[in-house]
Design a protein around this ligand. Structure first.
Ligand code: TXA
Ligand code: MG
Length: 311
């Protein structure tokens, strides 16, 4: 049976979601980036269910979500100065920070690692649930492993509806791509995943350049093939290139119109990938945005969507 969907505006929705989580259940929750599949970090059964429902390997760690910057000292005994500064300046917001793990966070959440990735989402409903529950929430994106992340409650219902206890509809995710992940334990800090906050903004706050990930602390999920729809995603750098490629492809191929801004491009990206499948397209041609700002995350996700699915 498909899980009930409740509006975040329903006056009882915070209590309902928190009670399910407190009893070891799993709830799909809205965030500003994408919808998350949440479990209490204190519930071994909830955490286990996240991995089994997603079909996610046990060594792929989950992001821990708190309701204020004090979560940093809860999940880490020794947060770095960089983590403290970024938490104070960006949270709530689409930035996840890799810090040393404290005993408070079980190894099942971190995939056996001594580090933890943590953030405070910019969605009031999510933070209210954390406060009502009284513990942090581990939440990967609410999609099956390797598939397109959900940015609406309907996306979640279509993908995971039969396997979750409740879906909370908080409206479309305003940012539309996952959080940026920064490893604060290296000098300079490294970008583990491009995402909702441009690294240029993080660099301006810190007054230093970030390094690209050197691959030592690879964030699983940064696998070559990810975010993949059923149709073949074909990437081009210009609209002219897309037009000439289209002539070489079957009539079931189509060109995706490029949104007017990178903000809109990010916000609509995952819905658009799903729409290509709904239209019955066999090939979807995208014109990539320039490789700066939010464009970096969009290019990253589109390249993974275009890579052949390795299983
Ligand atoms: O915007 C987001 O971050 C969304 C929303 C729901 O908050 N969450 C999300 O979670 O994208 P997920 O599980 O789909 O992606 C989390 C990424 C994965 O690539 C995971 O490997 C990485 O974070 N990660 C988490 N903890 C880590 C750790 N200790 N070391 C390295 N990578 C870690
Ligand atoms: Mg994900």
């Amino acid at each position: 049976m498909s899980a009930p969907i409740v509006s975040h505006l329903d006056p009882d929705s915070v209590r309902r979601a928190a009670e399910i989580l407190g009893n070891g259940g799993i709830v799909a929750l809205p965030t500003e980036t994408v919808y998350g599949l949440g479990a209490s970090i204190d519930s071994a059964s909830g955490i286990n269910r996240i991995f089994s429902v997603k079909g996610r390997p046990a060594d792929h760690p989950l992001i821990v979500h708190g309701s204020s910057a004090s979560i940093l000292d809860e999940v880490s005994d020794h947060p770095t100065a960089v983590a403290r500064q970024l938490a104070a300046e960006v949270w709530p917001g689409p930035l996840s920070l890799l810090v040393p793990r404290s005993e408070r966070v079980s190894l099942s959440v971190t995939g056996g690692r001594d580090t933890v990735v943590v953030r405070v989402p910019a969605h009031d409903f999510f933070r209210s649930v954390v406060n009502f529950l009284g513990s942090a929430i581990a939440a990967p994106s609410a999609n099956r492993f390797g598939r397109v992340s959900p940015t609406t409650a309907e996306h979640v219902a279509a993908d995971l509806g039969d396997d979750v206890d409740l879906i909370v509809d908080g409206g479309p995710s305003v940012i539309g791509v996952e959080s940026t992940i920064v490893d604060t334990m290296t000098s300079p800090p490294q970008v583990l995943r491009h995402g909702g906050i441009p690294i240029e903004d993080v660099e301006a706050l810190l007054g230093m350049s970030l390094a690209e990930s050197d691959g030592t602390v690879r964030a699983p999920g940064t696998l070559a093939s990810h975010y993949a729809p059923e149709c073949q995603v074909v990437l081009t750098e210009t609209a002219d290139e897309a037009q000439s490629l289209l002539r070489t492809l079957p009539p079931t191929a189509g060109i995706v119109e490029s949104p007017a801004s990178t903000g809109l491009y990010a916000a609509t990206l995952y819905s658009t990938l799903r729409t290509c499948d709904e239209r019955g397209w066999t090939h979807a041609l995208f014109v990539l945005p320039p490789n700066l700002g939010l464009g970096r995350a969009i290019r990253d996700r589109l390249k993974r969507a275009a890579a052949p699915f390795a299983g």
